[in-house]
Design a protein around this ligand. Structure first.
Ligand SMILES: CC(C)(COP(=O)(O)OP(=O)(O)OC[C@H]1O[C@@H](n2cnc3c(N)ncnc32)[C@H](O)[C@@H]1OP(=O)(O)O)[C@@H](O)C(=O)NCCC(=O)NCCS
Length: 187
């Protein structure tokens, strides 16, 4: 079946939760306890929380699927930046956050993540934002390579709380006006 992407809509909350439940731990550094992963999913990525995200006009969620089989999701978040480390290096007035980007493990390396990234960046640019930023664990070398290939460069560091453990993240950002994220028209 062809790989397709689409905007998520109310009613997708259970599919999104199921994907999040399968994939959130993949982005955590080795040593993260299953209890901390489960607590994070229960608190921030439950069916109810996704229903709230889908109803929030400041958020855009996307799904990538193989036929009717969901493979991954992303979430963009507009609005003021609360984290002072991010606010120090990202202009919250002109940037949009790529808050979630997760693909099922059995589809890593398949190209589906690239399809989801293309659709996500198109949606991000469609909001009028000039740049897109994200936080990613510093030990997540696979995601670092993927984001680097898609034009996100490291602009700072921050921390991210999972259960009782603080994780060290890189802040990455890319321009949305050019295909390669450089802001130079993609030349
Ligand atoms: C991050 C993610 C979306 C990327 O999708 P993907 O299909 O794995 O990406 P690709 O295979 O196209 O690219 C991954 C890159 O990592 C490299 N890679 C593959 N296995 C690797 C490994 N074990 N360690 C480090 N790099 C690895 C690939 O060669 C590729 O590098 P390249 O672009 O220089 O060739 C996906 O891995 C994922 O969902 N991971 C779990 C969730 C996650 O970490 N999300 C990010 C949260 S911020």
């Amino acid at each position: 079946m062809p790989i397709t992407t689409r905007l998520s809509v109310p009613g997708d909350e259970r599919v999104l939760h199921d994907l999040a439940d399968r994939t959130f731990g993949l982005a955590c550094p080795p040593g993260t306890t299953q209890a901390d992963i489960d607590a994070f999913v229960a608190t921030h990525l439950s069916v109810e929380r996704f229903a709230g995200y889908l109803a929030d006009p400041g958020r855009i969620l996307l799904l990538v699927s193989d036929g009717d089989q969901p493979l991954g999701y992303s979430m963009l978040v507009r609005g003021p930046i609360a984290d002072p480390n991010v606010a120090a290096v990202v202009d919250g007035a002109t940037s949009i956050e790529l808050s979630k980007f997760y693909l099922a493990a059995e589809r890593h390396g398949s190209g589906a993540a690239g399809e989801l990234m293309t659709a996500t960046l198109t949606a991000a640019a469609g909001t009028g934002a000039a740049t897109c930023w994200l936080g990613v664990n510093q030990q997540n070398t696979r995601a670092a390579r993927f984001y680097g290939r898609h034009g996100f460069t490291i602009v700072g560091v921050k921390r991210f709380l999972v259960g009782s453990e603080w994780h060290d993240d890189h802040i990455r950002q890319r321009d949305l006006s050019s295909p390669d994220g450089s802001g130079s028209g993609g030349s």
